[in-house]
Design a protein. Sequence first.
Length: 258
Amino acid sequence: MKKTTKTIIRKKGAEKIAMLTAYDALFASLADAADVDIILIGDSVGNTILGYQSTVPVTIETMVHHTAAVSRANPDALILADLPFGCAHFSFDRLLEDCRKLVQLGGADAVKIEGGADMAEKIAKLTKAGIAVMGHIGLEPQQVLKLGGYKKFGKTEEEKAKILADAKALENAGAFAVLMEMTDADCAKKVTESISVPTIGIGSGADCDGQVLVCADVLGLTQNPPSFVKQYANLSDTIKKAYAAYVSDVKNGKFPTA
Ligand code: KIV
């Protein structure tokens, strides 16, 4: 059965939410076959698949392209598309237009937007316009150039208070869920207990309402995954061996056999 924002909200306190990234129809189908709740077309497509150093170079056109590919798999999972770098900070009309593209052209069920209280007013207007929004706070990877790198958030009292205020502002703005990335586990727990919508964690401890990981990290396809990642397979080795066997068979005339 198709999962909706309502399905996801109802899981809070009842069942943990499992979310994975996918960037194409092939991997979206595989994630959906595992009954994942949410498929995220993350702007991590930039550094995971497209060879960029970060998510910053990813454009709205790239996100629509990959979201549409995932949508063609017709998953039961909720299709969540990332709003890429910069888009949230133009005028509201342009933001609405970019979200419209993700939903109407890409087939997204919902959009994820980095930012907390500073984005609340725009998110309230988007939800009024019928766009389902997941907030993204803690580490916001689109801020990497300003931050000068990636780090954990919510360790100091000041950061804890800001993250809690951001989460509450997003809830009040109508966000159906809040993602916390690289957030101190105690802080993430406090946020989870303090808001009525689900929290999804990545590198933020075990007490969030759900978890998300990048598919390539889960499958063992990335070289140096973050320390919080659990690898469930080592596909990198499997693929390299299969490709090497194919190349060897072609060179030695063992394939094709007729
Ligand atoms: O782009 C992405 O994959 C993400 C996850 C890290 C949550 O936003």
